[in-house]
Design a protein around this ligand. Structure first.
Ligand code: PEP
Ligand code: MN
Length: 352
């Protein structure tokens, strides 16, 4: 790390910083300019964090060269992480993007859920998604059907040959959820619930980690780091839009650029969720495509058999006929992108 001292920092203040770093095993080089003294410290930042140095009197700024996320970083692992399921489905790397679709909440109409699951299977999707424990902004909104929903979801997924994705809100639900669910989801509102991140870090199920409403990309990757640090390296990131100042036409602001940025700095797979990202049915197709074009490893889309009567997020859910049309066009795009990727990796140019 590089420590820039205040112009008026005294010699004693400079020496105190240097002595502290040296006593913690850091190698020091320093440069006394006309105005600033700059200290270049090489060493292990797990015990001496930049925040601790910033607290010393006379320190103006501490700059870190290496990213604070390590296990999630490409510096440590350059090749893409690929997550593989027992049925052969793979997420990440050069694999074809996957699709996770289903209602926001799993509701009591099992036949309706089954219709969605059959449509998902027909359109080549691999995962059925749906909430059993719902993180709702208002306590008066529908909170989810809990275990009953998990059972419905498992049955519908088994009948149609899909994997299941559902959100865990509390570590005490993990044992129950692991009986029914193939991929645990951490929702946007829990991205910095560190105890929950640690708990899923100790599970042997892959985890979808959604970007928080106000997470920077660094904070998002550090949240993934919390899961990985606890042992679970099967983390799938999900860009689902962030809160910004203009909510007139979209529920959130989709940060499409975060996808290639994350691909550059991390080896973890990342999927795109245009349903929560925009909150608008008509924006799902273009934003899913945008995410895939810039490198997303999959899409998450809300689909409901009767959106007008959905218990949550009906406005952003696709009805089944529209889902089939949209998914058909998304599939055409993923086929083309995958073909181009293969051509590129084989270093040959073919006619499309
Ligand atoms: C969801 O996937 O239904 C959900 C609540 O998502 P988010 O956490 O991104 O709001
Ligand atoms: Mn939802």
């Amino acid at each position: 790390m590089i420590i820039i001292m205040e112009p008026k920092a005294s010699e004693a203040q400079v020496q105190r910083v240097i002595e502290f770093l040296k006593s913690n095993g850091f190698e020091i080089r320093f440069n006394r300019g006309e105005v600033h003294t700059v200290i270049d410290a090489l060493g292990d930042k797990t015990t001496v964090t930049p925040g601790r140095i910033a607290a010393f009197d006379g320190v103006k700024e501490v700059k870190v060269i290496r990213e604070p996320f390590r296990l999630a970083s490409r510096d440590l692992k350059s090749e893409d992480t690929v997550i593989e399921f027992s049925n052969g489905v793979k997420i990440g790397g050069n694999n074809k993007p996957v699709a996770m679709v289903g209602p926001c909440s799993i509701e009591e109409d099992y036949d309706g859920l089954l219709k969605v699951a059959y449509a998902a299977k027909e359109m080549g999707c691999q995962f059925l998604r749906g909430g059993a424990f719902k993180p709702r902004t208002s306590p008066y909104d529908f909170q989810g059907y809990g275990e009953k929903a998990l059972k419905y979801m498992r049955n519908a997924a088994d009948e149609t040959g899909l994997l299941t994705v559902s959100e865990v809100m509390d570590a005490s639900d993990l044992d129950l959820m692991c009986d029914y669910i193939d991929v645990l989801q951490i929702g946007a509102r829990n991205v910095q619930n560190f105890k929950l991140l640690h708990a899923v870090g100790k599970c042997n199920k892959p985890v979808i980690l959604k970007r928080g409403l106000a997470s920077t990309i660094r904070e998002f990757l550090l949240a993934a780091e919390h899961i990985m640090y606890n042992g679970n390296h099967n983390v799938i990131l999900c860009e689902r839009g962030i809160r910004s100042f203009d909510s007139a036409f979209t529920r959130n602001v989709m940060d499409i650029a975060s996808i290639p940025v994350i691909k550059k700095y991390s080896h973890l797979p990342i999927i795109v969720d245009p349903s929560h990202g925009t909150g608008q049915r008509y924006l799902i197709e273009p934003m899913a495509k945008a995410g895939l074009i810039v490198g997303a490893d999959g899409v998450m889309i809300e689909v409901h058999h009767d959106p007008e009567n959905a218990l949550s997020d009906g406005k952003q859910s696709l009805p089944i006929p529209m889902f089939k049309e949209v998914m058909g066009r998304i599939n055409e795009l993923t086929d083309r992108l995958h073909y181009e990727k293969e051509c590129l990796s084989a270093n040959v140019v073919k006619e499309i």
